[in-house]
Design a binder for this molecule. Sequence first.
Ligand code: FAD
Ligand code: SIN
Length: 541
Amino acid sequence: MDVSSSDSHVKRFDFIVLGSGIAGLTFALKVAETGRVAIVTKKNRAESNTNYAQGGIASVTSAEDSFELHVRDTLEAGAGLCKEEVVRTIVQDGPARIKELVELGMRFTEREQAANGDRQFDLGREGGHSKRRILHAKDVTGREIERALLDAINRQPNIAIFENHTAIDLITTQKLNVGCPNRCVGVYVLDNKSGKVDTFVAGNVLLATGGCGKVYLYTTNPDIASGDGVAMAYRAGAAVANMEFIQFHPTCLFHPKAKSFLISEAVRGEGGVLKTLDGREFMDAYHPLKSLAPRDIVARAIDSEMKKGGLEHVWLDITHKPAPYLIERFPNIYQTCLRFGIDISKQPIPVVPAAHYQCGGVVTTVDGETEIAGLFAVGEVACTGLHGANRLASNSLLEALVCAHRAAIRVCETKPEMPDLQIPDWQSGHAQDPDELVVISHNWDEIRRTMWDYVGIVRTNKRLQRALARVSNLQEEIHGYYWDFTVTRDLLELRNIATVAELIIRCALQRPESRGLHFNLDYPEKDADWGQRDTVMRRHE
Ligand code: FAD
Ligand code: SIN
């Protein structure tokens, strides 16, 4: 590869993978057969949204199910905005990818063997699914996926993992202003511990940085989810779409000390019922599927009941199930709630909705290609068209698995034409200020609160405009700060959540209708014309 740099902070690979969740690890394992791979990840290697996934992976594996039904349920949940050909491809590729994952060492929960001795998965049910089709490892599916993939990565000598390294920005020929067709040639990366910034160079870069739950005050996501990939791709000039569709999970544990703990939709799949504080079941007034209606409907119903009754939370009641069953099926949820003093076999669980999943993202094909040559995106960071205006439960692990495989094939088919380049080292300000931390945490808090209060489950034009004014002011302040001061992970994340917050608000303002997860009181109905249109954002220099 003919790329050089002015000093030795340069690391060269064939592939750079940003992120070590299901998307990044799956892709890395596949391309490592053909070249050297660097996985860059912000914290320790397992820390990711994937690691906390509970419910499981949706895929058609039972004789009672069919691709047609999975496609129909996905389209129904997506409220008219899914790309049907993408839905079909991902649904149909699912079983082969599940088989590979099992061969790699993934242990899904099984039921007794079928009479003919075939493997029989225990299939869970979640909101919006007309059949049982969720493969799971009890209620810690994500932890088991990370274990299996990381074990396989350890056996692969072609992969180097850089933990505690934060990608700052993509390096493109356009930014370098070298007058050749635009392509991505690498990434600037901060070593969180030493504070040094290195230049990682490769002909192909995969964004697998996950979602942006931390843009909101209350979220099910861990701290890594600050929308870095969307912000980086946007700054590099790639198209970003449908960011208004932020999914709020209906049931996050309500407890002052339980940061971000999810109560899986699988609990409702096994009969858990939502109730108001006086014990009234309310979901039958909102949807025929009651507590198992699609997520957008359940989250809005809870929000409405909480507002009507001035409630701090609602109940999720699974007390009709015997304790031994709950301990076996939901060991993590059972034990975690017990630590907070709630015995779910005897008491209802206090729950509230919280930001959970980004349905939009960097625009890609189903093979992970973005508009920028050499830049791929897979997983929650990407917008393939699978989810439309509302993701069907447990379709995101499926999408990441299928699209990582397809992207690996595509990337190996295309030989990068790397120009002969001199890449400058990262230039950062050198000022350090004892006030830095307090300003960063104050601005973080202000953005997250603004998004929660004005860009949440129910929106209005006035609230969106108010949020835009606040976030724009903060953007200016952060911009000045960013170029003067030494970069730290906190500062990088602050800049990224501000960018992503602005993208969410601008997308929301652009859509004059209510659809799926975007509900605006000023336009409470769907608009047929907008049913075919994505809200696309591109940065104009
Ligand atoms: P992630 O798994 O989030 O991985 C992102 C990686 O990128 C991390 O390693 C992170 O450290 C790294 N990263 C981020 N920014 C940078 C940067 N700047 N530099 C370097 N590294 C960076 N979906 C389902 O289908 N089924 C479920 O049961 C399910 N349950 C869920 C439960 C919870 C609590 C949560 C939060 C989500 C759940 N989801 C579920 C959603 C699903 O887990 C995620 O959408 C999916 O795991 C995303 O995978 P990913 O590989 O795209 O990103
Ligand atoms: C859950 O277990 O409820 C999460 C499932 C998902 O987000 O798809």
